[in-house]
Design a protein. Structure first.
Lengths: 286, 286, 286, 286
């Protein structure tokens, strides 16, 4: 039986548990997220656009993002939550997007209230947002297009990150939940969780709250869960670890003209064969 | 002007320089290879299949390998050398492959004398090889299909790695060069360079020799160049560094429920924005 | 609910009905197959490779064939039966292929006992076949890899088309059914159905029989069904109709320097907007 | 040598000839356009989205359109002119798009002054346009990104089709040419060429004018050329011919349960093998 990953994710949220997810950009990083014990994979548009070496600015297309999410889903047994920017256009695009992602077995999509073409949330200040009405239309279009009842749509508000304050974040989160969003992601780039916690203090719980503590990393899952957070996403740390490691390793190999000094710091070939599932195919001889 | 990367690679080989290349699997890792100062990128089928989390066993398709090579080529100014397994079938497949890769601006392709479907060279012992005649047909088909004179085809022999010895490696290398290969890759999985050096000692220089010192990593570029090697490929170290770093980082984040302890060991967001080329698009605010 | 198309196809075969399918090569032609009232779409490797304008000779890759089948599946409510050549390699490739196609919601795959790389069945004479043992391994690998019980694997024998006769066709069909194939396709390029009917006369019914009456087109569905055939595939007529129409229309437009004379013979724009589903998006004004 | 198709197209325009192009949606239809004697292929976004069976409304992604254009370019020796909607977003998207298309060997791209997400020009009335300033920024971004001097960017104005009149069309055409467009496409959905001819009467010739006589099909290439038109595009007739032929053929086969009655009206298998280039691979036996 093909595992119903959306059902699993939905059940965990309903049971009041806090789901912990980590970002990935390809089948390999997704498999490492699963191996580390995370509950879900965040198919991060920032990670995926970085892996293509192009700006996180609506340049990678929906079909490329979807292909990356598909490869991740193929590689793991845990659910994939796909970061879908602002839905790649308007309500029509969101409808199409939902049908495509759902048919690939992706458990959830997340769309945000920034305008198309989007810019990464950590770029510039006070980015323009869509109106609440426009964005609720997208949520309704998305929810109206799904074919299974389990599939989830997460609505992400950039109200805090664009400097519009806690009340606007609250107003948007409520509207998005009422429009049918299965959860609301409240993004923040503050150095502490204060504004997120302030928003949570006023939240009536009409939908699960998701956070991405990239900048307020002193807050732990435990603390965030205690404040009512139901999903914590470590959105981009895998690729940041990979970049640092690849940079320093490649520089050292180039400089020394041998890999002898890096061998003990990199994964042996056998570990990669195992990650590939090569054991199903042939006997590894090295 | 679109840089003629094949011309550049060809000129370096002709001038008697030793080209040093490193393996990559996507646009990002290719850009890091370039940033570390390597002369060329090896679009490694092992790295690419690992990034897809599937066995290195002719499962990733030509169109997927080509798309990865294309993304690499888009990201860098140095030449891409594409590892094309055994050419994805017979001579007809090689002809088509050469036309496709050449049109994408890939500088060189490398095909090996293993049978289809191939298995990674480090798996099992004594893998079956194609006959010299069959493989020379492929080389001729490939060389006969290229549309520019600069494009290079590298023929790789698995004679040593499959246990057939130095004389067979020599015989095959000579035949492949005579069939038109622009260079010959002599692969070995010995712990020292001895068998490769023995082969080089008997080589009459009719084509440049390429090596991949994955297992005999004590030998340096300098030593290999002194023995006559014209291209050294560090084929899979970037992804092995990435795997180790992603594994340990993800495990630590999962265990501690915070990224605080890993922040100093991973690349900051700003470094990734720079790698993306985000500076061309917007002002980075974090 | 996402329709369980494999279940639907399986049920029809089990109920003893004769399924009539037609070949397609993209979302549009699949939608036209459905509109014409066929029971299923044959994602023909011949049609798909023709649409790419490359030989039907294992040049189009599995990922390209799969993408075409996916687009077809997205466009229609009837099941897609994907023509998968010889499984794109060996048993490992078949396992991977089955998982990929099944996850895309394709109802059935069909693999044939020709060697890789394959050549279209109407090319040359006496093409080499895989041994019964090898091909049964592929069937078992495929059946062992599916995750739902509904998914179907059809085994196609080229025994007749390669000149090996009715008894060999029978022997292979029996072995393939015993190895787990859900149906057996007996291909023939004779001008009449005689050899197919001879084979059916000796068939004990251990699995449904599928035929492709490209060359023996005088035989009707009714006659074939009466002889026990459970699936008739008109494999390539849509694209052959398209080629003739596009050729003559383009030639006439080019010659006359106006489309005035062809307007009445081609579909109006409005018909194409309807086929696209444009009605869901905007009001058509022409 | 890889043919420099952009140079060829540029030279023809410079020499004052009138280029006649026809729309295609895949490698096959492009090859038929070439075979019919057209000078160039129009990689029509309407044809391509129809072939995917999705609305012509910014749903097909840039990477899918590009892949279709690439397959066309692979199949023919004449230049491909890619219909790129409104550039898939803003100036950043246009820059990226130009680099991608140019690297694939596409001779020219065409962008239009409609807003993203676009709707087909024949849908609704009075569609919103981008401001002249915004669109000129896109043109400059595109022209500033190309790497060869031959590559062409065609700017398309929807001023007439959206009901803004001849003077606005003229004002926009002049601005677009001054911003660097290599040609200006003036689109109209009138039943006669009158408004297009009125605009041409006032045109000072600062850039070549392109027209698409889908609705005013009584006007011939000769007449349009005499009025100063330098490129005439028959944008969608191939696929409209294909739809009509596939529909009627499939319906007849389904109804009669045999292809006997359609055989004489469809292309024989041998013609398709020739279109595939099968002759390079094997001997056709049917």
């Amino acid at each position: 039986m093909i595992p119903n990953k959306a059902r699993k994710l939905r059940d965990e949220l309903k049971a009041g548990r806090t789901v912990v997810a980590a970002g990935a950009h390809d089948g390999l990083s997704a498999r490492l997220v699963e191996a580390a014990g995370f509950d879900a994979v965040w198919a991060s548009s920032f990670e995926i656009s970085t892996s293509h070496a192009v700006p996180d600015a609506s340049i990678v297309t929906m079909s490329e993002y979807l292909e990356a999410a598909r490869a991740m889903n193929y590689s793991v047994r845990i659910p994939i939550i796909a970061d879908c920017d602002n839905g790649f256009g308007n309500s029509t695009n969101v409808s199409y997007m939902v049908r495509r992602y759902e048919l690939e077995g992706i458990a959830a999509v997340c769309i945000e209230d920034k305008r198309f073409p989007k810019l990464n949330s950590f770029i510039g200040e006070g980015q323009a947002l869509e109106s609440v009405e426009e964005f609720c239309e997208k949520i309704k279009a998305g929810k109206g297009s799904q074919q299974t009842e389990e599939f989830l749509l997460i609505a992400r508000t950039e109200a805090l990150i664009s400097g519009r304050g806690v009340d606007e974040a609250l107003r948007r989160a409520e509207a998005y939940a009422d429009a049918g969003a299965d959860a609301v992601l409240v993004h923040s780039k503050a150095r502490t969780a204060d504004e997120v916690l302030a928003m949570l203090g006023k939240w009536d719980g009409r939908a699960p709250i998701v956070v991405v503590p990239t900048t307020y990393y002193e807050s732990t899952v435990e603390e965030l869960a205690a404040a009512g957070v139901q999903m914590v996403i470590y959105a981009n740390h895998a690729i940041r670890a990979a970049v640092r490691a690849m940079s320093t390793t490649l520089a050292e190999v180039r400089e020394r003209g041998t890999t002898a000094s890096v061998e003990s710091r990199i994964a042996p070939l056998g570990e990669l064969f195992e990650l590939q599932g090569m054991g199903d195919v042939g006997r590894i001889s090295i």
